[in-house]
Design a protein around this ligand. Sequence first.
Ligand SMILES: Cc1cc2nc3c(=O)[nH]c(=O)nc-3n(C[C@H](O)[C@H](O)[C@H](O)COP(=O)(O)OP(=O)(O)OC[C@H]3O[C@@H](n4cnc5c(N)ncnc54)[C@H](O)[C@@H]3O)c2cc1C
Length: 402
Amino acid sequence: MDFTVSEKMQAVVGMMNEFVGRELIPLEPEFLTKSFRQMEPVMEEKRQMVRQMELWAPNHPPEYGGMGLNLMDHALVSEALGRTPIGHYTFNCHAPDAGNIEILHKYGTDAQKERWLRPLIEGKIRSCFSMTEVELAGSNPVMMDTTAVKDGQDYVINGQKWYTTGADGAAFAIVMAVTNPEAAPHMRASMIIVPTGTPGFNLVRNIPVMGHSGDSLFSHGEILYQSCRVPQENLLGPEGWGFVIAQERLGPGRIHHCMRWLGICHRAFDLMCARASKRVISYDNKTLASKQIIQSWIAECAAEIQAARLMTLHAAWKIETLGVKEAREDIALIKFYVANVLQKVVDRALQVHGGLGMTDDTIIAFFFRHERAARIYDGADEVHKATVARRILKGYAGRDVR
Ligand SMILES: Cc1cc2nc3c(=O)[nH]c(=O)nc-3n(C[C@H](O)[C@H](O)[C@H](O)COP(=O)(O)OP(=O)(O)OC[C@H]3O[C@@H](n4cnc5c(N)ncnc54)[C@H](O)[C@@H]3O)c2cc1C
């Protein structure tokens, strides 16, 4: 595998890093104390600057105004933008819109693309993805209660979902609902586009997460679909293909997430090293950095960040060269490994900051609160570990090893 970064990508990532440091990190104190809705006017100014720099929608198709970067190149972008919670949104490559854009581009009809895909890539609207249900284990989403029943020219949707990230203020949801109850479990559900203004689309609440309900993109909605009627032309892809499409959405999405987490790791690591170097802990001017235990944490974090980064880039390379199916094991490995490195690095950074680490005077506490979820969404640690172990052990069944 060749780790050379092209000159073009060096320039792109350099410009993004510079923009994050100059324009976005200074906005974080505001981000941590205001609602995101209050932030939206200033965010729009920054987004306009990004459009003018021609760095808009880096991973999205050029025919709709994106940069059309491939997975490897976008991995580097995701790492650079991950250093701040507002990076991906400013460049219009944030979850869940990024995943929805990918599937709309691949499976949308021309009419769906004009109505939903174009304004999403232009950054005029937001969307959400509504799969997980309150009462059933999201880890095995084929167990699904939400139904979409045909009635005349329409589907009528009933069900209760939660953790529909960014539902608050989104223009539409892509909803997973059972359309073919008699089919095999993985072919029962379909994806259906539901405008959030449709009667029967009820945003019950933004779920409080670690003490914060959040708002707008930075929220997780509980949604009650009550006789929510949409035309059958809102079906996305073939009927019964919901899980097939969801799998496609998740493969590259995990690379984006892992590289974003590595961006967070770099930021937390920088803050940790800077704090350790300047925090004086005795009258003879010794700093925290002089303590062996802190040095040991720093060395461990540096090694684990590097390992996680190489694993993720390797998985991205494998997806690009061999396809998602061949890279399944690598994707499962990075999903739990990088999420745990992230948690360890953020925790160590917080610890080095002591009481300051618990405050919102640095970004670390925000990362600590919100990124704990990395070990749960897109497949909990245990599920990925079981997948990997089963595949490995299959190769040993009946094998005599000496
Ligand atoms: C911040 C955040 C954002 C999210 N955004 C979205 C979104 O936009 N759209 C959406 O549809 N969903 C979203 N989700 C939901 C997410 O996909 C689910 O939370 C996840 O799939 C786990 O499902 P669950 O919460 O029902 O946990 P469960 O399935 O009940 O699992 C609970 C725990 O049990 C363990 N476990 C589960 N299965 C196994 C197993 N087979 N073997 C061993 N242990 C197991 C794991 O430790 C797991 O954490 C989001 C979740 C979070 C936290």
